[in-house]
Design a protein around this ligand. Structure first.
Ligand SMILES: Nc1nc2c(ncn2[C@@H]2O[C@H](COP(=O)(O)OP(=O)(O)OP(=O)(O)O)[C@@H](O)[C@H]2O)c(=O)[nH]1
Ligand SMILES: [Mg+2]
Length: 421
């Protein structure tokens, strides 16, 4: 039930900050872990990891062999400690085994025993890199790593061992080195030889382990709080950024529309002033007098008047069209396009193709109703223009992204570890 709730919340959170998947997985492990500290081993294969765990537990639980032996995670809970045996890490065997080791080390463990066999000499680059990552993690999460030098009985003499130990210590000065021999420990335990037992280094390692185990509850609280706070902070930052971005887009949208409306109002005002002399007629309107058949090819007063009106109207159209072009309103939206390309313009869609007379121009440009309709119709096509539609889509996506961060922030508390009693 709790796990289900956690996973639902985690889905909402990770939808926004997918790179936090390892942290969320660790929070999940922390939340559902038992009270016992989890101790795991890390290191190359055959360096004596499984056998070391057996000695520390005092029980032959994990399989030991003189070859690559452990290939999956094995766990054993004994005396309030959860021991996790993991496969060896090896650069040449990428994939599943290393995946198990990764899970043990990064997801499950409170304490890591980094194992290196003395006979191998100094740490190689891969081991050093790993130890560096573990130390950085220790700084951040307070999960501790103990560096264990195993199989020290295989060294020719103490001087030899000291040289290797010193060389390794110089490579990793920040982590104390724990030299141990599982073989000696076993011999000491079986033969009741106290000195051999002491010399095995296992009791000293056990003491060191106990003291870091005591700090596990605090370390877990620290880590859980840290991961939670980091994710929280990141979501808050994203939320603020996205809210600002959305606001900027929306005010851009509003500003563009205001510019368009204001610019069109100015153009229409200018057009009206420009039309005044043409529209003012004293007496009868010659433009309305039709040409008779005999006047068909003569320049009549009617023809002249109609030409004047037509020119004035064209000027008006040119002025309006310039405004439209300036604001990216050119062609019609695809759904409205016809088979006649030349008619697929916003000007034609709004103004029509009919011949205009003085009354038409008065109605269109000089009466509030006509001007209101023009403003409304052109604004309609402005909103359907490519850039405006793209901006609207952008705003939609931005609002959806913001809503996602809101959802993630609302879900986040479910990822918080209950305060240990
Ligand atoms: N001489 C000596 N041999 C040891 C010691 N510890 C382990 N070995 C031997 O080293 C070999 C490997 O030991 P394991 O514990 O299986 O090594 P591992 O690191 O778990 O190996 P993988 O599971 O394959 O990664 C076995 O033959 C062990 O008996 C030790 O302290 N001294
Ligand atoms: Mg093993």
């Amino acid at each position: 039930m709790a796990a289900e709730k956690f996973d639902l919340a985690a889905r909402d959170v990770l939808a926004v900050v997918p790179a936090r998947a390892p942290d969320v997985a660790r929070l999940r492990a922390l939340l559902h872990q038992g009270a016992q500290p989890t101790v795991t081993v890390m290191g190359k294969y055959n360096h004596g990891k499984s056998r070391l765990l057996n000695e520390l537990m005092g029980r032959d639980v994990f399989a030991v062999a003189d070859r690559r032996e452990t290939i999956a995670l094995a766990e054993h809970v004994r005396k309030e400690v959860r021991w996790l045996d993991a496969p060896g890490l090896d650069a040449d065997v990428a994939g599943e085994d290393d995946g198990h080791a990764y899970r043990a080390a990064w997801l499950e463990s409170d304490i890591r025993l980094f194992v290196h066999a003395a006979k191998e000499g100094e740490l190689d680059a891969a081991e050093r890199g790993l130890l560096q990552a573990l130390r950085a993690d220790q700084e951040r999460t307070r999960r501790r790593t103990l560096l264990v030098l195993t199989q020290v009985d295989q060294m020719a003499d103490d001087a030899h061992l000291d040289r290797v130990a010193q060389a390794i210590q110089a490579q990793v000065p920040q982590l104390p080195l724990h030299p141990v021999s599982s073989t000696r420990h076993r011999q000491g335990a079986e033969g009741g030889k106290k000195l051999l037992l002491e010399k095995s280094g296992i009791p000293a390692l056990q003491a060191a382990l106990r003291s870091v185990m005591d700090q596990v509850p605090q370390a877990r609280r620290h880590e859980s709080g840290l991961l939670f706070d980091e994710i929280h902070e990141e979501l808050r930052r994203l939320q603020a950024d996205r809210a600002q971005n959305l606001q900027e887009l929306q005010s851009l949208q509003l500003r563009q529309r205001q510019d368009f409306d204001q610019g069109l109002a100015d153009v229409l005002e200018m057009v009206q002033a420009d039309l005044q002399p043409v529209l003012e007629v004293s007496g009868s309107d010659e433009a309305l007098v039709p040409d008779s058949f005999e006047h068909m090819f003569k320049l009549t007063a009617g023809k002249q008047e109609r030409a004047r009106i037509q020119i004035a109207y064209s000027r008006a159209c040119i002025a309006i069209n310039a405004h439209l072009v300036k604001h990216g309103v050119v062609g019609l939206p695809v759904v409205q396009q016809t088979s006649v390309r030349s008619l697929d313009t916003v000007m034609v869609a709004v103004m029509g193709v009919s011949v205009k007379y003085r009354d038409d121009l008065r109605r269109l440009f000089c009466e509030p109703e006509g001007r209101g309709r023009l403003r409304q119709d052109f604004a309609h096509y402005f909103e359907l223009s490519e850039d405006r539609v793209a901006l609207q889509q952008w705003i939609g996506a931005s609002a959806a992204g913001l809503a996602d961060t809101d959802t993630a922030l609302a879900a986040l508390p479910a990822l918080r570890m209950r305060e240990a009693a």
